[in-house]
Design a binder for this molecule. Sequence first.
Ligand code: R5P
Length: 287
Amino acid sequence: VRIFSGSSNPLLAESMCEKLGAELGSVTLSRFKSGEIYVNYEESIRNCDVFIVQSLSHPINELFVELLVMIDAAKRASARTINIVVPYYGYARQERKSAPREPISAKLVADVLTTAGANRVITMDLHAPAIQGFFNIPVDHLTALDLISDYLKSLNLANPVIVSPDAGRAKTAEKLANRLDSPFAIMFKKRPAHNESIVTHVIGDVEGRTPIIIEDIIDTGSTIINVIESLKERGAEPAIVCATHGLFSGDALERLSHSHIREIVVTDSIAIVEERHERLTVLSVAS
Ligand code: R5P
């Protein structure tokens, strides 16, 4: 077995290797002046089971092509199997057509990864679990829910309520509520435009409670800010915001410095500079 890292999250790849008592393999990842990507494994990987760790975070298109080139190089170097560890699977939010003449980019990404030569995918908390079925190769779909719920248990909160920020996340919120033995509430939202959302109504009792919002992705932070405002209006205490994937595009972290957010909990599925937010907790999914 040989493990290599793309450039998205080398620290996570190193932590994974530490847990396994393995050494991270050496691979050259560079760019030509034209921007084209160059990859070279610095050791023989003939007949090896190769694991490539690459989250499809920022800059996604660059990281995606880098992963493809890494797969191709491994295939041409006669690796026995090519296993891609993609903690954050980008393009997952385009998993269906919601308007005519749109692509299904999550399926396209799956097809291209498979065509390039991937034999197995290990990923985590896909935006839509059905994306597993977009692949005709094995997909290990892991979850950070236990990691997050163990952390929340350690906080010993007096009066929590688990909050699903939209109807789509209700199942996850219910699972977390069961793990923490807490009540849960569901918010309903509509999206007037990409990266914009409005809370329309809430089912469940949040007044006087500490909301624990559970999300898959925090991108621009606009969903969370709307949820927080709406919880505040309904008399909830400052909230704990949890998400597996902290994308934090643009100035999201600055926007999330909201007085009604007590803590933001994410994982290292995406590399984050923790110092960017004083109330940010990053849990490691290396194990
Ligand atoms: C959407 O359905 C996802 O689950 C997240 O709610 C969304 O992608 C978060 O994006 P943003 O932070 O830009 O509102």
